[in-house]
Ligand binder design. Structure first.
Ligand code: BT5
Length: 321
């Protein structure tokens, strides 16, 4: 893979043809090896012009989230240092969880072009059409107590918020506990899954699904009223590769903040951006419904609802305004 990204670098140095001889010398490999790399790149979906006597010219790059492409847009850091790319998986969270159990390092990110068992919370389904959106799961290993894991959902939503704002110039909306919306429709959800040992976290999987270039006919019919994509909301197509790199960099920024300053800081930033204090809301939790004025979020991520003058703490649920 290292050689593949090197070959691409040489092809991108010039708008013109690059000779096989030149690449072979640079990489200290044979010309046959270079030819094999070109064939490999073609199998990955790159379009390469091959002309006898002149060499190779890169014509186009596929819109696929290959590690060597995403990495060009990622700031140095631990999150996404290693990227594992798959065409199709059951769920990136399932793949990342298995890897983490086998000892995979902090920061490794599993990215898929589609999922056939994409998961939301409580066994819900995550709609994951091919090559349209982002489906990624990151392994983190913060040495923290399981009670303070939940705010990691907030740091993920904040990273998505910044990424969307940088790209579109529009501020999305944060909805407790794990949603990012635009114009009232859901663009993104985060699913945390964790493994713990006595009172310490072994690892957390941060699973993020962000709808980028999905069209209305690609969304499951039953959720068309409430789900959307950046394309549908802004009428623009987005290049997923830089978007993914930016998202990983923003995750790095908030993850560092979480590690250095603790969960409270992240919760405060989220609470402020979500502007939920004083809002009237209804929360459904396992069949029970609570209505009241939101007083904010506690340091563990639970929502505080004022109901008939009494504060009720709600740890999990779904909000409607
Ligand atoms: C979530 O759950 O919002 C967490 C979604 C996490 C998905 C990512 S994709 C990468 C990684 N691998 C996985 O398998 N999962 C993670 P929840 O808050 O329970 O919301 C689920 C609900 O959102 C569903 O019941 C639908 O109503 C709606 N939904 C499903 N697919 C959607 C989509 N693509 N966009 C917007 N809403 C969707």
């Amino acid at each position: 893979m290292d050689n593949i990204s090197e070959v691409l670098k040489f092809l991108r140095e010039k708008q013109d043809c690059v000779s096989g001889d030149y690449i072979a010398k640079k990489l200290k490999v044979s010309r046959t090896a270079v030819w094999k790399y070109m064939n490999q790149l073609e199998r990955y979906g790159y379009v390469i012009n091959k002309s006898k006597g002149k060499g190779y010219m890169l014509v186009s790059t596929p819109d696929r989230l290959y590690p060597w492409e995403v990495d060009k847009y990622r700031n140095a850091g631990v999150i996404g240092k290693k990227i594992i790319h798959r065409d199709i998986v059951d769920s990136t969270n399932i793949v990342a969880f298995k890897l983490a159990l086998a000892g995979e390092e902090e920061g490794t990110c599993v990215i898929a072009e589609s999922q056939n068992r994409g998961k939301g919370r409580l066994g819900r389904k995550w709609c994951s059409p091919v090559e349209k959106n982002l489906y990624l799961s990151i392994i983190v290993r913060p040495p923290i107590h399981p009670s303070v894991v939940y705010p990691i959902t907030f740091l993920s939503s904040l990273a998505v918020y910044d990424t969307i704002e940088e790209l579109t110039g529009e501020k999305p909306m944060l909805k407790w506990p794990n949603d990012v919306l635009m114009h009232g429709k859901k663009l993104c959800g985060t699913l945390l899954e964790l493994s713990t040992e006595a009172d310490i976290v072994r690892f957390v999987i941060i699973g993020i699904g962000l709808n980028v270039n999905m069209n209305v006919d690609e969304i499951d019919e039953e959720i068309r009223q409430k789900a959307s994509s950046l394309l549908m909301e802004t009428k623009k197509v987005y290049e997923r590769i830089p978007l993914c790199g930016k998202l990983l960099s923003n995750l790095e920024k908030y993850y560092l903040q979480f590690r250095q300053k603790g969960e409270e800081e992240i919760v405060r930033i989220w609470e402020e951006r979500a502007a939920i204090k004083g809002k009237y809301m209804e929360i459904n939790q396992m069949g029970e419904s609570y209505k009241g004025i939101c007083e904010g979020v506690d340091r563990y991520g639970a929502i505080l609802l004022s109901i008939d003058g009494k504060t009720k703490k709600i740890i999990a649920g779904d909000v409607s305004f």
